[in-house]
Design a protein around this ligand. Structure first.
Ligand code: IMP
Ligand code: MG
Length: 483
């Protein structure tokens, strides 16, 4: 074994030993970053994870890099070495000059010459990457690449081990509180799986709150230099969070007045130096108010008390509705489109959908009621269409298709009026509960067998005004069942 190979072997041994130790994940990752850099005789190393939407890279561990470089700004997954996220290993000789580098100036200032990046894969999917940085320009050898790939694999296993542990822990908690097992879709972007080093418990709490409302966040992605001396940064400020959907930095405060004054001074300076940045200083009651302002909070007059968790945030719904409207606009080009909805659940969806359809169209509504007679319950139309649909292209717009009985009945009714065509667009598809096979042409989201409220959907007339779609606390419905 030559000298270099021996250094790899030593580094690898060290990483494997820590990975298999009872140390917390953070320490395992830090040790991996350090040993990887040392093994490769490189200046630095960083380990990054993709956020659940795979839009941003979060630095979760770094070695040998300045704080200013680590927090140089939000790393966009498609702007920073995008090939790595397709599962490729990338070696770059001149990093600051390469067009795949998102922050070339920062790299130049840091004195980085070459970079080697390997994907971190789990179950065939890229979940993050590990990067090695050198000060001297370097052509990476095959052994260098193999070594980094091996380190990436150990990091992946460590993350999975941690995740598994978290799942076991929550499953245990669930049996204790007798809560229903969460169905796998849609995925929970749990902050506990994102090993960020929160400086204060309130940060962890804020992250959890953001997760609850499904608001995307990044922890400390950027440091802002505030003062310089002889060309060197002597003071900087690192806001706690960045919320990409709102393009907003958040700094949380404790209640200590002395700290608040100091923070206010830094914030004033930051706003002078970086006028395009929006940042808010928040204490706890402030942040609840902020969430309300963006339509998320319990203080916005909406009822969130009975909501167990948010399935789709306001932003997620809007994105999906726009995509559906785009397809519909394309498919119905040059035709005579009528949107037909059943009151009242569909009102939010209909209102948003029609505003994004770029064709002339007509809208009409029906009302139905369900009534029970002994063992049978029947559905009856209490308000029929106002317009005649004969010869028109009817698109039935539904909030949710559950058993499919309602839709089946209404489709038969509409078909009897000889429309030119009849199709269905539903925001939510609770497919596992289907009894009648109805054809769905446009589907927003497929959802598990859970009772859903918000965005027009109600439970005994309540919750329709929630700007998101949430799952009711199972106890609420179970209690109801006992009555
Ligand atoms: P289906 O006839 O069983 O397909 O039921 C469809 C109707 O039931 C929908 O239009 C809703 O009004 C209602 N519904 C079904 N599931 C839910 C739910 O999870 N939350 C609220 N309303 C629901
Ligand atoms: Mg309905």
């Amino acid at each position: 074994m030559d000298n270099r190979e021996y250094s790899y072997f030593q580094a690898f041994k060290q990483i494997a030993r820590t990975a298999n130790s009872p140390l917390p994940l953070k320490s395992v990752l830090n040790a991996a970053a350090k040993s990887a850099a040392k093994g490769l005789k490189a200046a630095g190393c960083s380990i990054m994870l993709l956020n659940p939407q795979k839009e941003y890279l979060d630095v979760i561990s770094a070695y040998g890099l300045s704080d200013l470089y680590i927090r140089k700004g939000v790393l966009k997954a498609n702007k920073s070495l995008p090939e790595v996220l397709n599962g490729e290993l990338v070696a770059i000789f001149d990093f600051a000059q390469d067009e795949r580098t998102q922050y070339p100036d920062a790299a130049e200032m840091e004195g980085i010459s070459s970079v080697l990046a390997a994907p971190i894969m789990q179950k065939g999917e890229v979940i993050g990457e590990i990067r090695i940085y050198t000060r001297e320009p370097r052509q990476f050898s095959q052994v260098d690449k193999d070594f980094l790939t091996a380190v990436a694999n150990i990091v992946a296993v460590s993350l999975e081990k941690n995740e598994l542990y978290q799942v076991l822990k929550t499953e245990h908690e669930e049996t204790v509180t007798k809560r229903r097992k969460l169905v796998e879709t849609p995925k929970l972007p749990s902050s506990s799986l994102r090993p960020s080093s929160f400086g204060h418990p309130s940060e962890q709490e804020f992250a959890k709150l953001l997760d609850f409302y499904r608001i995307e966040w990044l922890h400390e992605p950027r440091s802002f230099p505030l003062a310089w001396q002889d060309g060197k940064v002597v003071e900087m400020f690192t806001p706690d969070f960045y919320l990409p959907e709102l393009d907003l930095y958040i700094e949380l405060t404790t209640l200590k007045q002395s700290l608040i004054t100091e923070k206010n001074r830094k914030l004033r300076r930051l706003r002078e130096l970086y006028p395009d940045i929006s940042i808010k200083l928040l204490n706890k009651s402030d942040y609840l108010r902020l969430l309300a302002k963006y339509g998320y909070g319990g203080l916005g007059g909406t009822k969130v008390k009975g909501v167990d968790r948010v399935l789709f945030s306001h932003t997620q719904i809007q994105r999906r509705v726009k995509a559906l409207a785009k397809r519909i606009s394309h498919d119905y080009m040059g035709r005579k489109l009528v949107l037909v909805g059943i009151l009242k659940g569909v009102m939010c969806f209909m209102a948003d959908l029609m505003q994004h359809i770029t064709l002339p169209l007509n809208v009409d509504f029906m009302s139905i009621s369900y009534y029970g007679t002994n063992n049978e319950s029947a559905v009856k139309i209490t308000k029929d269409l106002d317009i005649s649909i004969a010869g028109l292209d009817v698109l039935m717009v539904e909030d949710i298709v559950d058993t499919g009985m309602t839709l089946n009945y209404v489709l038969n009714h509409l078909a009897a009026h000889n429309p030119a065509s009849l199709h269905v667009c539903t925001l939510l598809d609770k497919r596992v509960r289907r009894l009648v096979d109805v054809p769905l042409d446009y589907i927003g989201f497929e959802i598990p067998d859970e009772f859903i409220v918000g965005y027009g959907l109600d439970y005994h007339g309540e919750y329709r005004n929630l700007p998101f779609i949430g799952m009711l606390k199972p106890e609420l419905i179970e209690e109801e069942g006992k009555k």
